[in-house]
Design a protein around this ligand. Structure first.
Ligand SMILES: [Zn+2]
Length: 493
């Protein structure tokens, strides 16, 4: 086998522009150095691509040979059929004229396996992502840009110095005057409230409990909807903090952990954040109470369906509603609405007894399911993409802070990554919420149901999880004894 046969066919690329002309390397010079590089590496230059930007030094100038080279790399051969396996340039920044050029080049070169690349310093593996971002370094940065970046860096250093250190004002509810040590009783209340909200309890219910228990704010006032919500939504409860509405994160995008003792875990706070963020779309009263006209006060209103056949021999199926009626033991009944309200008006049942029976059936069903199945929410699928993006962003940020890449390259790329990371984080939060709920559900459901800590909305959510509806079959004329067989649950799978 001859050396000739082993030589790797590559192309040489040279470019001259107002900038590159200053370093004294004309295009012939550049190609000559490239030839030497090729010889050193055992490669053979089979074609020369040359661009001259001197005549049209506009930002949008097309470099015909650069574009031709990218095409050749894509197909793997030159117009005459000569196979090419790589590229040599004098220095990497000959490739980078506009943001995106370098990425396009790397993409074209690595389009196929086994391609090679070198500049006068030696060969580089462009399949390696580390080197890919290193390629962004070869950019000229003006003095002005450097000064701008240094200012930015000083600001960010100052901010970093502030991180994790509690700032002025009164102590927050849950912590002592040093703002670091927990005030045990208050911290326990906060933690319980966070977990209750995650489990679906309303802020109203929690407020009523706190008022009953005489819990006051640190100023000695009654808790209000808004103050309670802000206290629970403050990332401080899990050791994080917000600045201008955004979580304070380190260069890795990881939220900075403060020095104070946390009350709940970051996962729990993320669940709270997801719940409150999702709610902000609903109309609110002046005091911040979310107005939701659909909130019913009875366990099964709307869940019970009338099973009576009407005169056309079709089933009524209207959602039954609750109405107060002192004639019944529990003080209310479930009734089919009147004809004018879309029902048949022909079915009514003792509310308390229906609640009791359906509750028992639902709890038994859920316990049976819990025994059969483990947690249903699997691990989040976006972890690796998020980690990869964060690492990439970290690398770029570092390069930019070290003045190695320009604003023009850094900002657009960083913004692109930032928005994708935001999407992923939102998705991660939703997932954390689901997972948290799944965990809560698996805890002894019966014990929680009768603990007095669940409000009607929470209980309805649990019922709905178990069944679509309960059909109430007609009981016949007169005041027959309550017959549970006339209640037919439609279970979910
Ligand atoms: Zn009906």
């Amino acid at each position: 086998m001859t050396e000739e046969a082993q030589a790797i066919p590559v192309v040489s690329y040279a470019r001259i522009s107002a900038d590159t002309a200053k370093d004294g390397h004309g295009v012939d010079d550049q190609h000559a150095v490239n030839d030497q590089t090729a010889a050193r590496l055992g490669w053979t230059v089979v074609h020369r691509f040359t661009d001259n930007d001197l005549s049209a030094a506009k930002a949008d100038v097309v470099r015909p040979d650069f574009e031709a080279m990218l095409e050749a790399l894509q197909v793997g051969h030159l117009a005459d059929g000569q196979t090419i396996k790589g590229v040599i340039v004098l220095v990497e920044d000959r490739l980078t004229r506009r943001p995106g050029d370098y990425e396009r080049f790397v993409e074209a070169l690595t389009y196929d396996e086994g391609r090679v690349f070198a500049d006068s310093k030696g060969s580089k593996d462009l399949y390696n992502e580390d080197v890919e971002s290193m390629g962004l370094f070869g950019v000229v940065i003006s003095k002005m840009e450097v000064r701008k970046m240094q200012r930015r860096q000083r600001r960010s250093h100052r901010r970093r110095a502030e991180l994790g250190i509690p700032v002025g004002g009164k102590r927050p509810f849950g912590w002592q005057d040093d703002k670091l040590t927990l005030e045990p009783a208050e911290a326990a209340l906060l933690a319980q409230a966070v977990r209750d909200v995650i489990a679906g309890k309303s802020l109203r219910s929690i407020l009523l409990e706190w008022r009953d228990a005489g819990v006051k704010t640190i100023n000695g006032n009654e808790w209000a909807h808004r103050s309670l919500k802000l206290a629970l939504w403050n990332p401080r409860v899990c050791g994080w903090r917000k600045h201008n509405g955004e979580l304070v994160r380190d260069a890795n995008g990881v939220p900075v952990v403060g020095r104070w003792k946390p009350v709940v875990t970051p996962k729990e706070w993320m669940a709270i954040d997801a719940i409150f963020s999702a709610r902000t779309g609903l109309p609110t009263k002046v005091d911040g109470t979310v107005l939701d006209p659909r909130v019913p006060n009875y366990l099964l209103s709307g869940i019970l369906r009338c099973g009576r056949k009407n005169w056309e021999d079709s089933v009524c199926n209207a959602p039954m509603r609750a109405s107060a009626n002192p004639r019944f033991s529990g003080g209310f009944q479930y009734v089919c609405p009147s004809r004018s309200m879309g029902g048949c008006g022909g079915t009514a049942r003792n509310g308390a007894k229906v609640d009791e029976f359906v509750t028992e059936a639902v709890l038994a069903k859920l316990e049976e399911r819990a025994a059969l199945a483990g947690p249903r929410v699997g691990p989040w699928g976006g972890e690796s993409e998020l980690e990869r993006l964060k690492a990439k962003q970290r690398k770029m940020l570092q390069a930019w802070q070290d003045d190695l890449i320009s604003d023009e390259l850094f900002f657009p790329e960083n913004q692109r990554m930032e928005s994708r990371i935001k999407e992923l984080r939102a998705d991660q939060q939703r997932h954390a919420l689901q997972q948290q709920r799944a965990t809560e559900r698996r805890d002894d459901i019966r014990e929680r149901w009768f603990s007095g800590r669940l409000d009607v909305m929470q209980k309805r959510a649990i019922v709905r999880e178990a069944l679509h509806a309960v059909v109430v079959m007609p009981a016949g004329k007169g005041r027959a004894a309550f017959n549970p067989d006339l209640l037919v649950p439609k279970w979910r799978d």
